[in-house]
Design a binder for this molecule. Structure first.
Ligand code: HEM
Length: 535
């Protein structure tokens, strides 16, 4: 399939008729260049896709239309967005309090230009869900591209073949090979393993007989979980600890300026940790390939990855597997653990929500027994809404970047090629028009249970478009299994009296001390009246 793009200079179209804070967003700009077709479906035969040569930039591969000398006169006549409402140094706030930064920068505007910084491309902050979605989706049409990370560390630590590093169409090609590992059927097979890992942690906390630091424990739990579901087997505790330590060192290197690769620098240590992780994955990949060749089913996400074949019969290379196993493990544990930490704090503050979670579990257990399957998870609509509500208020990925791959128009403003687009996912989620009249500051999972609330609306905690979170279904299954087991079998009491600081999402300064105890067996079977979490 080829998707054609009519390359008028109105490349990025805001939805027709959208009114953006009093300004009509042009749907089609009346300034045509000859239409140009953009190949967006990846085949191995496409330029160097399988060998993975991604050194050529997206622009070099695809765009010769919007050089500065050939600007569309219509676009040239459009204004630039108004300047951001806050001083340049307030951009630091982006790191510590992203939601406040996003709100202040935008003020009453739908899009603003962040203060210029020397040697840096211009940056626009987009303030409506429609604009943000259009920028995300524009990548599939060749109008935006993943923003180059300002961090030198990213490419060397994430690897050339990481989905996060690849522009289109290489990204799409690789994603098509990777995604079968994340289908509903693939996840269905993982549910028993998920349940076993999560149950073990809950039991250990109950057996501790003393408060555990929930945030740290949830990080361990989600790490062990992701190792188990990706590699499809259990490893001894010593191996998990070693891998977890290597991950911490490796991920720390992404921000370890100066990026000097010497054995004693944090960056050098991260490079060494990455190599050890890749060696570990390579051994698992070699073993999985042997099993596959011998006609055995290979478990876990790795099993699907080593089995994946493109239409020319190519399989994922060692580099593609290594870089993306690194990514899946990184993307798949701190995000979930931080979300679950926030869920625990939100539940602690809202006993009525705990009560309703328990009622849902009693109904599910009464209908299906205590076994959890993928189909049964779908019936846990309240647990689903709880996670969505926590992500609405305490989103982990607060903002994302894209870059204009050519000149285009957005909401009546010109966006020159190269402009970095900051997509303030948290801000637009908090401004979701569906909830503005419904106490948006309140914790109310029920808002996601109406037919209207079930639509995505302005909520994009997992992104949107071609790079939508690959592990979305795994993450939701993991968090729902955890909530189901918790509500069925345990009481908890968490100390939410703490400061929250911004890391990957907001994390509690006190680590969220939490006491866990088992509930009477009758409650698990759905016979006893549900009680709220102890306060
Ligand atoms: C609460 C949990 C999670 C949240 C909030 C989350 C959020 C996100 C977001 C916002 C993106 C889009 C990045 C972009 O557009 O540039 C993303 C991408 C990704 N996520 Fe997640 N994620 C979560 C869990 C997971 C899990 C459990 C896995 C793996 C099992 C995973 C694997 C990935 C991968 C591989 C990508 C890159 C996709 C691509 O570039 O095509 N994530 N995630």
């Amino acid at each position: 399939m080829q998707t054609g793009l009519n390359n008028r200079c109105a490349g990025l179209r805001a939805p027709q008729g959208t009114l953006i804070r009093g300004q009509a967003a042009a749907a089609v700009v009346p300034c045509s260049r000859p239409a140009r077709r953009v190949q967006i479906v990846a085949r191995a035969a496409d330029a160097n896709l399988h060998s993975g040569n991604s050194s050529q930039s997206f622009d070099e591969q695809h765009d010769s239309s919007s050089s500065s000398s050939g600007k569309c006169p219509f676009l040239a006549a459009l204004p630039a967005p108004p300047p951001a409402q806050n001083a340049w140094w307030r951009r630091l706030q982006q790191l510590f309090s992203p939601a406040d930064y996003q709100k202040e920068a935008l003020g009453p505007h739908s899009v603003v230009a962040a203060p210029a910084q020397m040697m840096m491309p211009p940056q626009y902050v987009l303030g409506t869900a429609d604009m943000v979605k259009t920028a995300f989706a524009g990548e599939a049409e060749g109008l935006t591209t993943v923003a180059p990370s300002g961090l030198m560390s990213s490419r060397s630590l994430l690897g050339d073949q990481s989905l996060l590093m690849l522009p289109e169409p290489q990204h799409k090609y690789l994603r098509n090979l990777i995604m079968p590992a994340f289908t509903n059927e693939a996840i269905e097979r993982l549910v028993p393993r998920m349940e076993a890992v999560l149950q073990r942690y809950l039991d250990a906390w109950a057996d501790a007989g003393a408060p555990v630091k929930a945030h740290n424990e949830l990080r361990h739990m989600t790490f062990e979980f992701i190792v188990a579901v990706v590699l499809g087997r259990d490893y001894p505790e010593a191996t998990i600890s070693r891998l977890s330590g290597l991950y911490t060192t490796w991920a720390g290197g992404l921000l370890a300026w100066p990026f000097i690769d010497l054995p004693w620098t944090p960056f050098g240590k991260a490079v060494a940790a990455k190599q050890q992780l890749l060696d570990f994955f390579q051994a698992a990949v070699d073993e999985a390939r042997l099993q596959l060749a011998a006609g055995h089913a290979v478990p876990g996400i790795l099993g699907s990855l080593v089995s994946a074949v493109d239409e020319q019969g190519n399989r994922l290379t060692d580099a593609q597997l290594g870089d993306n196993l690194l990514l899946i493990m990184l993307a798949g544990h701190d995000t979930s653990s931080t979300t679950l930490t926030n869920v625990m704090a939100d539940l602690q503050s809202n006993p009525r929500v705990v009560e309703r979670l328990r009622q849902e579990q009693q109904a599910v257990v009464a209908k299906h027994g205590s076994r959890i399957t993928g189909a049964i998870l779908k019936e846990m609509t309240y647990a689903d809404a709880v996670i969505r509500e926590t992500l609405r208020l305490h989103n982990v990925v607060s903002g994302l970047m894209r870059q204009a791959a050519k000149d285009f128009e957005l909401g009546g403003y010109s966006v020159p090629k190269g402009t970095v687009l900051y997509l303030p996912v948290t801000h637009v989620g908090l401004q979701d028009p569906r909830f503005l009249e419904q106490h948006p500051e309140a914790y109310a999972p029920e808002r996601f249970m109406t037919p209207e609330g079930q639509k995505p609306g302005a909520q994009m905690p997992f992104g949107h478009g071609p790079r939508f979170c690959a592990g979305y279904a795994v993450a939701m299954a993991e968090m729902k299994v955890f909530l189901a087991l918790l509500a069925r079998g345990y009481d908890f009491d968490a100390d939410t009296n703490t400061q929250w600081r911004q890391e990957i999402g907001r994390v509690p300064a006190n680590g969220l001390p939490m006491t866990v105890s088992r509930r009477p067996a009758a409650v698990v079977a759905g016979a006893a009246p549900a009680a709220a979490a102890r306060r």
